[in-house]
Structure formats: C-alpha cells, structure tokens
Write a protein that binds this ligand. Structure first.
Ligand code: NAD
Length: 436
C-alpha cells in the first residue's frame, strides 16, 4: 500500500520505517526541513536502537522517503498516519492539540477523497470525533504503545493493535496495513473512537500509578525502616500484581507519562469525572526527585555549596537520548542552583542535555565524570552504570559517596568497597558503610 506518516519524531520516524519494513511504500512528512533532510540522508536525529539502519535500508530500497510537502504526501497516500506531538499546555496541564489540528487540516486539504486519515498521536478523548466532523475525509484512531528504546520491536511485534473505527471500510484498510502483524497472531481490539483514545491514556495512567505506588511504598520503607526492593520482590510473586513497573526509584519522566496523566485528569475533569488520584500519582513522582536531593545533602553533611557532584544519566531512561522531563536533569539542574558543581555524563543524551541545560558541567566519559567527585548520583539506568566496578570508581572519586536513584546497584558490593551508599526506599539502617 502507499502510506504517509505525518510528523517524523520518535513515533513517526519509527512508524514510517516499520511500515516500509512491512512492505509498504511510505512517505514521511514533517514541517521541520532539517529533520527531513537528516532522515533523507539516513541520519536519525535521535537515538533509537536499530532505527538508523532500518531507515537507511528502506531509503536505499526506494520504499521510504521524506518530504516537507503536504501536496506530495496527499497525492501519494491511500492511508495517512498522523504522528505529530501533543505537548502539555503549561497553564492547565491539558494537551495542546495545535499540531494535531494543523496536521489533519493540511492533509485533509490535499488527500484524495477516499483516503483514510489515521491518528496515532496520544489525544484527549473526543478528539477523533471532532476531527472526523471537521475534515472532509474518513478518520480512524490507532493509538500507539511503543516504548522508546524498543520502538522497532514494539511496532513490528506489538502486544496488541487497537483500531478506533466508524466503518467497515476503515477497519479493512487498517487490517490491510497491518496484515503481517495480524498474521503473526497479534491481538486486535476494534473499538469506537472514544474507547480507542481512552485505551492509550488509561494504559499510561495505569503504568504511572503502578510506579508511583511502589515509590509511595518506598517513602513508607524509608520512614519505617523497611527495604522496598525486598517488598517489591515479595509483592511481585503475586501474579495479580506482577513484577513489572514495580521498581522504586527516582520516578518516571519523558515525553509521555507525565504529560499524558495530566492531560487525562484535565480531560476527565471537563467530562465531570474526578481523576484526582492522578494528581497524587504525579505528586509522589515529583517527590522522589526531592528525596534524591535530600539524600545528596545528607551525604554531603548538609551543604551542597561547592560539592562536586557527578550525575550519571541525562536521558529519562536508558537506550534513549530523550531528555524531555528527565528526572536526572531535573535533579542536576536543582543541585546546580543550590551551588553544587555538577558534572553530567550520559552515553547518548549529551547533545540534547547541553542544549537544554547549557550551564551544567558535562564530562566526555564516565571516568571523567567520576574523577574528583565528592558525590555520585546514579539517575538513569544505563547498563554501563549498573556494571560499574565500585573499586575502580572509588579510585577516581575524591569521596566515595553514592545515591542509587534507580535501585539496581548492589549495596553490599559498594559498601564493601568503602562507599557510603544510599538508595531510595531504604532506611538509614540500610545505608551501608561509613566511608570517608
Ligand atoms: P516528537 O516531538 O518527537 O515528534 C513530533 C514531530 O511532529 C516533530 O518532528 C515535529 O516537527 C512534527 N510536526 C509538528 N507539527 C507538524 C505538522 N503540522 N505537520 C507535520 N509534522 C509536524 O513527538 P513524539 O515523541 O514522536 O510523539 C508524537 C505523539 O506520539 C505524541 O502524541 C506522543 O504522546 C505520542 N506517543 C509517543 C511515544 C514515544 O515513545 N515518543 C509513544 C507513543 C505515543
């Protein structure tokens, strides 16, 4: 089939490449001419494992190209996927639909009369119905659940597909687009527009709630002398609860969960439904960042002024260079404001971090970040941070003191190597050795 993908950011570039991989001819459209030029030259302007190779393969095969021209896209595609951003409106927390509305209006103007316009962006419930009324073309909603870092795998082999459709024809076209994925046995849920939109926001609300639940338990463990890692392990054996998303730490960030739960609570409020618990989920999440700063202050004997702090991590999660609402950078920036001498290191997100926080210090390597540090904060769970040898790290720092904000480092190993070790979700009695 001939498809277009409108908006070629994290979601759209992946979707475009994966649709080409499924055998379709695909045109990616973006208003950002630099992004289009980069993608056309096989350069992906963000880090996503395997994506550059996939895009290069399909631009070379002629199955995938990129343009800024809606005219070209409209003339080309039978099905148009809209993947533009839906950022948060600062004042209200609601989703900003400016880009979605502009993209639908532009493609509707240029598309063939029988084209199908498919929304993939995460939107407040009611958006698809509104756009279907506004556009002179058939609309469907096909929410996306991919995780950055696993985006290709999640697109080609998703847990499920959800089609929000109002006609058999729309469903048939979407079945044709995803034929190889469906043939592999992927479950398909077809739904009305409202339900399809809600699946995505409800899924994100659930995941955020699960993370904040265990982080709230971490707060109780800190106060009561418990150990949240052991608690989570024991809870996770109950298959009604499960182990996933049950690791306490500095909390969630990124371009999706924080904005999506705020937009969901806002939209539900407009509909007269009180989802106030999502504000508590949000608050617990933000408190974990405060707690890391408290622990940093404690380990530095109360004062952060002039303390050399190595912040390990800038991306909001490993295998990504996405720094949107990154807990690591949020903590780093706040320590900097408190007078600490902060040095950030991340394997992939340095350029993005530097652009967003130009005044922070940056190291070119893990070793450089650690050298001379008075305190180390482990805030993004990259494998190479998990595998740091505490003896080696101890030989580089000035004072061996570490906060494990991701709850994955082996406290015994670090304390045995002479580190003062603190982690979220454990009381002071679990803090480890006294160190220097
Ligand atoms: P992004 O900011 O990386 O990409 C959005 C792209 O849309 C940008 O390249 C921008 O230039 C382009 N754009 C904006 N207006 C346009 C227009 N009128 N025409 C064409 N292009 C336009 O955002 P993202 O992370 O890819 O997210 C996109 C949507 O997908 C959001 O609603 C997000 O919530 C949802 N989503 C994202 C992920 C993820 O992991 N990133 C996962 C699932 C769903």
């Amino acid at each position: 089939m001939r498809l277009t993908v409108i908006g070629t950011g994290y979601l759209g570039a992946t979707h475009a490449a994966c649709m080409a991989e499924l055998g379709h001819e695909v045109v990616g459209v973006d208003v950002d001419a630099d992004k289009v030029a980069a993608l056309s030259a096989g350069r992906v302007p963000f880090h996503e494992p395997g994506l550059a190779e996939l895009i290069a393969r399909h631009t070379a095969s002629g199955r995938l190209c990129f343009t800024t021209s809606y005219e070209e896209a409209g003339a080309f595609g039978q099905v148009h996927f809209v993947c533009v951003g839906t950022p948060q409106r600062k004042e209200s927390g609601a989703a900003d639909l400016t880009y979605v509305d502009a993209a639908f209006a532009a493609i509707a103007r240029h598309a063939a009369k029988d084209a199908l316009l498919v929304g993939k962006s995460t939107v407040p419930v009611g958006t698809a119905a509104r756009l279907a009324n506004a556009c002179d073309a058939e609309v469907a909603w096909n929410p996306e659940f991919l995780r950055e870092g696993f985006a290709i795998e999640d697109t080609l082999r998703p847990d499920r597909l959800v089609f929000g459709v109002e006609s058999e024809r729309a469903e048939t076209l979407l079945r044709e687009v995803y034929a190889p994925v469906l043939a592999a046995g992927t479950p398909l849920v077809t739904a009305d527009f409202a339900t399809a939109e809600l699946v995505k926001t409800a899924a994100n609300a659930f995941l955020a709630t699960k993370i904040s639940f265990i982080n709230a338990m971490a707060e109780v463990c800190e106060a009561a002398g418990g150990d949240v890692r052991t608690l989570a392990e024991a809870l996770g054996y109950d298959d009604r609860i499960g182990k996933k998303f049950l690791r306490a730490g500095v909390g969630f960030g990124g371009g999706c969960l924080p904005k999506d739960i705020r937009a969901f609570a806002h939209r539900a409020g407009e509909l007269g439904v009180d989802l106030g618990f999502l504000h508590a989920v949000d608050a617990i999440n933000m408190r974990r960042r405060d707690r890391v700063i408290e622990l940093a202050r404690e380990l530095c004997g109360g004062g952060l002024l002039g303390a050399r702090v190595a912040v390990l991590g800038a991306a909001f999660k490993p295998d990504s260079d996405d720094i949107r609402d990154s807990p690591a950078l949020n903590v780093a920036a706040r320590l900097d404001l408190d007078g600490a001498d902060v040095t950030v290191y991340d394997p992939e997100a340095m350029d993005n971090a530097r652009k967003a926080f130009p005044l922070l210090g940056y190291a070119m390597s893990l070793e450089e970040a650690l050298r001379g540090a008075d305190l180390v904060l482990h805030l993004t769970e990259w494998p190479q941070f998990r595998e740091i040898d505490p003896e080696w790290a101890g030989s580089l720092v000035c004072r061996p003191r570490i906060v494990d904000g991701r709850g994955v480092l082996d406290a015994d190993l670090w304390t045995a190597a002479g580190w003062r070790f603190r982690a979220l979700g454990r009381s002071a009695s679990h803090r480890g050795g006294v160190g220097r």
